[in-house]
Design a protein around this ligand. Structure first.
Ligand code: NAD
Length: 478
């Protein structure tokens, strides 16, 4: 079955003004899966106008009423979880069980912010008896939420739910590679949950066309962008010119530090999950594994054994799917050549899967390199595939130095039985997310965002609500 995905504007399906569609291929087979509306400036304008028209009524509702609708959306997502996850799995290539977790995550964003909005309020500020001064947290108006293809519904929910909760209206622009799951959620929100038409719109199409037009639109007052550093920079320039606030959630090359006192029965599977989850297509992936010299050889041997057990494919029992896009598939293979030319030692993997009928899509082997130094390209550049670079270190200072020697700063892992060491090192690492004795721990409640080249602003948690509101201070002479 193939799909046709149109925009969702003012509560209804809307065909592209140009009449053009982009082809979308299925990662597991390389065959056509969908036709995706190629949105342009006029489609974006229609969506933004629809949102802007819906804004005053949505903004002026009691927060508890907005929250109730968000809670209903969470409930309906859960009722339709299999259907939404099936689209997500086919579009991204991820195993269904992983797609189910992502959809559940999206439901949790609506649940979390639907409840939280009731405790959002300003403050009274004491400046003496002659005045009464107070603050209000107010929405921006039309918010553009632009998301990538690696976890579309989860990232969509992450931006949309807090933005709506505090009274903004949204035009979402999912990746042209993964449009379907978010469209389903937008539809059910309006058709089944009472979200007024126009409050949430979805415009499809290419980044350079639909995405750029959204950032440039004069009625868009805030943009939340998740994606590559390249696009983040371009969007940042436009946002600076327009003087609108921007949240940038960009890439990473995150260190995962394994100290000699770590419990290897946890650190080995944790470090493998850190770089193979979602076939390595996770911004937070722990792809630079820093291992203390004294345990280096034993660790490499155990990691390699664990990677051997990963079942790559599209079967029901597969634990790792294909890469989501063909360019990504080609890019990861280029890095196999880069690693070879840089002299890294290949421990396992290093090629695409043999192309029989069951693996005709964009599958690569989970790959481990040892003998890596931190100046090699495979240690510095985000590959966005299941590729691990193992780098030895001598002591705590050496580990911290290597960990921070990167232009990125999204996440870092620390494995140690010595909690004091864990906390000391955590304080010194330049990254927005630090995990101790786990990788990618946390939930919708925990704030997420980057240091350095990984971006700015925060999503998730209570923190996100501050980024979707602007603060007004009112002072009255008594
Ligand atoms: P991408 O930057 O190519 O695209 C992301 C989104 O932006 C897509 O919807 C795309 O259509 C749009 N876009 C592209 N160029 C644009 C432009 N000039 N103006 C407006 N919109 C534009 O990224 P991708 O290849 O889809 O995703 C992979 C990247 O996303 C990786 O670098 C990854 O690390 C990053 N990522 C970051 C996070 C995070 O939370 N920090 C999460 C997931 C992915």
């Amino acid at each position: 079955m193939t799909y046709r995905f149109d925009h969702f504007i003012a509560g209804a399906s809307s065909t592209p003004a140009s009449g053009k569609y982009l082809p979308k291929m299925e990662p597991a087979t390389g065959k056509p899966l969908a036709q995706v509306a190629a949105g342009d400036k006029s489609d974006v304008d229609k969506a933004v106008q629809s949102a802007y028209t819906a804004w005053p009524a949505w903004r002026d509702r009691r927060p508890i009423e907005r929250g109730r609708i968000l809670l209903k959306i969470a409930e309906k997502i859960r009722e339709r979880i299999n259907e939404i996850a099936t689209i997500e799995a086919r579009e991204t290539g991820k195993p269904l069980v992983q797609a189910l977790r992502e959809v559940e995550g999206a439901a949790q964003y609506f649940e979390f912010y639907g409840g939280l909005v009731n405790v959002m309020h300003g403050e009274v500020i004491d400046i003496g008896a002659a005045y009464h001064s107070y603050t209000r947290r107010e929405p921006y108006g039309v918010v553009g939420v632009i998301t990538p293809w690696n976890a579309p519904i989860n990232q969509g929910g992450r931006g949309i739910a807090p933005a709506l909760a505090v009274g903004n209206v949204v035009v979402a622009k999912p990746s042209e590679e993964t449009s379907g799951s978010l469209l389903e959620v937008a539809r059910l929100a309006v058709d089944e949950c009472g979200l007024p038409p126009g409050v949430l719109n979805v415009v499809l199409g290419a980044g350079q066309e639909a995405g750029k037009s959204l950032v440039e639109h004069p009625l868009v007052r805030k943009v939340a962008f998740t994606g590559s550093v390249r696009a983040g920079r371009e969007i940042g320039r436009i946002a600076a010119e327009r003087i609108i606030p921007l949240t940038l959630e960009l890439g990473g090359k995150s260190p995962n530090i394994v100290f000699e006192d770590a419990d290897l029965s946890l650190a080995v599977p944790g470090s493998v999950r850190a770089f193979t989850a979602n076939a390595g297509q996770i911004c937070l992936a722990g792809t630079r594994c820093l291992v203390q010299e004294s345990i280096h050889d034993a660790f490499v041997e155990r990691v390699t054994r664990a990677v051997k057990a990963i079942k790559v494919g599209a079967d029901k029992d597969a634990t790792m799917g294909p890469l989501t896009t063909k360019p990504q598939f080609e890019k990861v293979q280029e890095y196999f050549n880069v690693a070879k030319s840089e002299g890294a030692k290949l421990e396992i993997g290093g090629q695409k899967l043999a192309n029989d009928e069951s693996t005709a899509g964009w599958f690569v082997e989970p790959t481990v390199y040892s003998g890596v130094t931190n100046d090699m390209r495979i240690a510095r550049e985000e590959i966005f595939g299941p590729v691990l670079a193992i780098i030895p270190f001598t002591d705590d200072e050496d580990a911290i130095r290597l960990a921070n020697d990167t232009e990125y700063g999204l996440a870092a892992g620390i494995w140690t039985r010595d909690l004091s060491r864990g906390l000391r090192v955590a304080a010194r690492l330049e990254a927005g997310q630090i995990y101790v004795n786990e990788y990618q721990a946390g939930g919708v409640e925990t704030p997420l965002g980057g240091y350095k080249g990984s971006g700015y602003g925060r999503e998730k948690g209570v923190e996100a609500l501050h980024h979707y509101t602007q603060l007004k201070c009112v002072t009255i002479k008594l």
